[in-house]
Design a protein around this ligand. Structure first.
Ligand code: URA
Length: 476
């Protein structure tokens, strides 16, 4: 109900919000108003740039009724409200206040999915989450020379539908922590120098560069990975609406690729060509592309892409499961507890880690948050299979003679099927590129065992690594 339709005789309270996306400010005032018994029809919420314009002012706020209990709010409501407040509909503040007010007499109000207010909240929440996702997926940085340092500065233009820019800042800081970047939008601009995030004023499209040399690279990469057999134009347009295309270098290719898809698919079947084979990129290019990867839900967890490290022509490739907490923080594989145990065993077996290429089957850390801790979650087979693309890209560049799979996830990624470690360990298999695959346990499996079982497994692990070392000597 809008303030104009006010039905009580109580005075109208005007609230001028300092920003369109400031949930905390809205929440603090909303709590106070509930405690003061101010009914939803008696509040007029104004945001910057709204109808009240420059004249928006906050009325004298009433004091809370003596002894009024703190307002109650359902946890789900608080989560959804933090998204819904970013919606561009000016009625969102009133909707949220109405729902907060109603929870004081019915905390389960959100369970009634037929309720008009609840449906609107759900719609706002969904729309904003989608808009956040679009910004993460379709924003494209373009490299320009930094005027002060002469180094690279990455600049992107993005036009969000809702007030999501600040809310997405931490995602971009984490994902591009070591880059100097600016994101320009019609609402505000964000500038990250590798240490500090600054905010600047709204920008215009012309303020952002329109192309850079790396885009040719990205375009050829995109053309190489475009799989005509998977083309679904409707789904593609839904996921990636045309209006985002103008800021995406690869989008120039889309009409041509769609037009040629049917033909390429037929050719592929006739010639038995497998377009899933990764294009031969460098490791650096692969890393950049992994950063952009959105093939599965793990990529949405705001973590760093951790690809392998080691010589580009290493004869040995060691493949683990996925980065853990410390790998995610440092951007390097096997640096946490499992990595330390692996290092010890490699040294004992006479394998020089520095001479090996060390990587993982899955390139992002999959976890669940428990308080302050991020707990490892084993990736599903489907996620391993999605990420297999990147491991194949690494293998096609490094071309190791011997691949050592640590654990079941790595083995699945390399073989395309699930195998038992107990039956697969200790004997080599030949992969389709002629390299030899050896399978053993993952060091974190050893870390989870009790002392006796660990001693036994450590012995088997050491034996497997020694066999790998001997075979490596024969092969090199
Ligand atoms: N476990 C892995 O499989 N990979 C890492 O990088 C770290 C732990």
């Amino acid at each position: 109900m809008s303030a104009k339709a006010q039905t009580t005789n109580a005075p109208l309270i005007e609230v001028a919000l300092p920003a369109s996306d400031d949930f905390t400010h809205w929440r603090d005032i909303a709590r106070l108003l509930v405690q003061s018994g101010v009914e939803p029809e008696c509040v007029l919420w104004n945001e910057p740039g709204g109808d009240a314009g420059l004249f928006a002012n906050t009325s004298q706020l009433p004091d809370p009724a003596p002894g009024a209990p703190p307002p109650r709010a359902n946890r789900k409501f608080m989560q959804m409200a933090q998204n819904a407040i970013l919606h561009s509909d000016p009625s969102r503040f009133a909707l949220l206040y109405r729902l907060l007010w109603r929870q004081q007499s019915n905390l389960q109000v959100l369970d009634d999915h037929a309720d008009a207010d609840v449906r609107l909240l759900e719609q706002f929440d969904r729309t904003v989450r989608r808009d956040k996702h679009k910004m993460r997926a379709f924003l494209r940085f373009r490299a320009v020379e930094d005027k002060d340092t002469g180094g690279e500065h990455f600049v992107a233009w993005f036009e969000p539908d809702h007030h999501i820019v600040r809310a997405n800042a931490s995602f971009f800081i984490r994902r591009f922590a070591n880059m100097r970047w600016s994101i320009l939008t019609p609402q505000l601009s964000l500038h990250w120098d590798g240490t500090v995030l600054r905010e600047g004023p709204a920008a215009q499209r012309e303020d952002a560069p329109s192309g850079d040399p790396t885009e040719d690279l990205w375009r050829s990469y995109y053309a190489a990975i475009f799989n005509p057999a998977r083309l679904k134009v409707g789904a593609m347009l839904k996921e990636m609406p045309k209006r985002y295309w103008k800021n995406m270098p690869e989008a120039e290719l889309i009409p041509e690729l769609i037009a040629g898809a049917q033909h390429r698919e037929t050719q592929m079947v006739l010639e038995g060509e497998d377009l899933r084979d990764p294009a031969p990129l460098t490791l650096k290019e692969t890393h950049r592309a992994v950063i952009e990867c959105r093939r599965c839900a793990i990529c949405e967890l705001n973590t760093n892409a951790v690809i392998g490290e080691g010589p580009e022509d290493a004869p040995l490739m060691i493949v683990g499961e996925q980065p853990g907490d410390q790998e995610d923080r440092t951007g390097r594989p096997f640096v946490g507890p499992a990595g330390q145990l692996l290092d010890q065993h490699l040294t004992q077996a006479g394998i020089e880690r520095r001479a090996a290429y060390v990587t993982s089957a899955v390139k992002h850390f999959k976890y669940v948050q428990r308080g302050k801790r991020r707990l490892h979650q084993t990736p599903h087979a489907k996620e391993i299979d999605m990420c297999r693309w990147w491991l194949e890209a690494e293998r096609s560049i490094v071309k190791p003679k011997l691949v050592l799979a640590l654990g079941a996830s790595a083995a699945r990624s390399l073989l395309g099927k699930t195998v038992s470690i107990a039956s697969a360990r200790g004997r080599p298999q030949t992969l389709e590129d002629g390299s030899e695959l050896w399978i053993t346990a993952h060091p974190s499996y050893l870390l989870r065992l009790g002392d006796d079982a660990r001693a036994h497994q450590a012995h088997l692990f050491a034996r497997d690594l020694t066999a790998v070392q001997q075979r490596l000597e024969e092969l090199t």
